[in-house]
Design a protein around this ligand. Structure first.
Ligand code: ASP
Length: 352
């Protein structure tokens, strides 16, 4: 355990929502509400809770409204809290981000790229029910996130939900309502809460992968409010003409293609020509499978070879969220096309 407190950053989401005439809306005053919720815990659990401070955003949001600018703001706030005192000790030993569940996986993935090399825990959590709702999962999720954020061995961005700890850049929202609402379909759990105690499966963690000095990459996402990256899931009978309107648009610099099975597309020369033209113009196009489990391997079928010929980047078994946020991240930096392609194919934070 570290001695310094944990910084909880509240961004909004159901967890902090209150009833209004129009339905649930983000609420304020989260610190006193949290302390009230924790005061209801049994004394031994209260006593063992890590110390924390709260940074509450003035205008908390429903995460369905989040943009890359929100990811950037959060990463910068964590980077600021990462600083040390004049005596060289950390202001905060770890970070908990309270976030809406809808785009939580996007934020967690983006934070992982921006905070590459971090050697303290960043644990993102949310809830399916508001903090004060009867039987809410919010107090338990926040308590678990705090306990994981106090684990020195956790040195990456993770998601904590329903007692499970998942790699941030591998996580997806999996259920619209169930408390066990997040999954990491292609990577095992990083940890679990067992009898109320955090247990880390350290061999799966990133600490060895990124040992060394932190090297945050706080790129400027200001220009990406209107995302330069589009997401296209293939459908039977797709129209190359419609794809062309997106892929050849001047503002589009990257695309996620969600293709069939192990990495296949229709063998239509017009489609392959369009993809080749877009990637020839320097657009980063990456492919994952529409299957939630398993990687793409574009060389298996003749129907996948067209992707290789067109210069489409295989995204292995990455989540759509991890691909999109990685493309945004790479495009926001002064890199050459070759460097961007090479970095996309490299595992930066265990996302592939
Ligand atoms: N719409 C909410 C949000 O993402 C859902 C939630 O938090 O569960 O902010």
């Amino acid at each position: 355990m570290h001695d310094a407190p944990i910084l909880i950053i509240y961004t909004g989401g159901t967890l902090g929502m209150l009833e209004s005439a129009r339905g649930l809306v983000p609420g304020n005053d989260i610190e006193s509400r949290l302390r009230t919720a924790f005061a209801a815990l049994p004394p031994a659990r209260q006593a063992s809770l890590p110390a924390f401070e709260v940074l509450e955003y003035a205008a908390p949001i429903d995460s369905s409204a989040a943009t890359p600018a929100d990811w950037q703001r959060l990463a910068r706030d964590i980077a600021e809290g990462y600083s040390t005192t004049d005596a060289g000790s950390p202001h905060y030993s770890g970070f908990v981000v309270l976030h809406g569940t809808d785009t939580l996986a996007w934020t967690a993935s983006s934070l992982a790229y921006q905070l590459q090399g971090i050697d303290r825990p960043v644990v993102v959590t949310g809830a399916q029910l508001p903090l004060e709702a009867e039987g809410s999962d919010a107090p338990g999720n926040i308590e678990a996130a705090l306990r994981f954020a106090a684990c020195r061995e956790l040195q990456e961005v993770a998601v904590c939900f329903a007692g499970k700890l998942l790699r941030g850049a591998r996580t997806r929202k999996w259920d619209t309502h169930a408390f066990d609402g997040f999954a990491s379909p292609n990577y095992p759990l990083l940890g679990e809460l067992v009898d109320g105690q955090p247990v880390l499966y350290t061999a799966r963690g990133l600490d060895a992968h990124q040992r060394g000095l932190p090297r945050f990459e706080l790129a400027d996402y200001a220009a990406t409010k209107e995302s330069p990256v589009v997401r296209i899931a293939l459908w039977p009978g797709l129209s190359t003409r419609l794809l062309e309107a997106w892929l050849l648009d001047d503002s589009v610099q990257g695309a996620l293609l969600e293709v069939w099975g192990s990495g296949n597309i229709p063998g239509d020369p017009a489609l392959i020509g369009l993809l080749a033209q877009a990637s020839g113009e320097g657009k980063l196009i990456a492919a994952i499978s529409q299957c939630p489990h398993g990687p793409v391997s574009m060389e298996t079928y003749a129907a996948g070879r067209g992707l290789i010929d067109a210069g489409v980047l295989p995204a292995d078994a990455m989540t759509p969220e991890a691909v999109m946020t990685k493309l945004v991240h790479l495009l926001a930096q002064p890199l050459s096309d070759a460097e961007r392609r090479q970095r996309f194919l490299t595992s930066l934070v265990g996302e592939r």
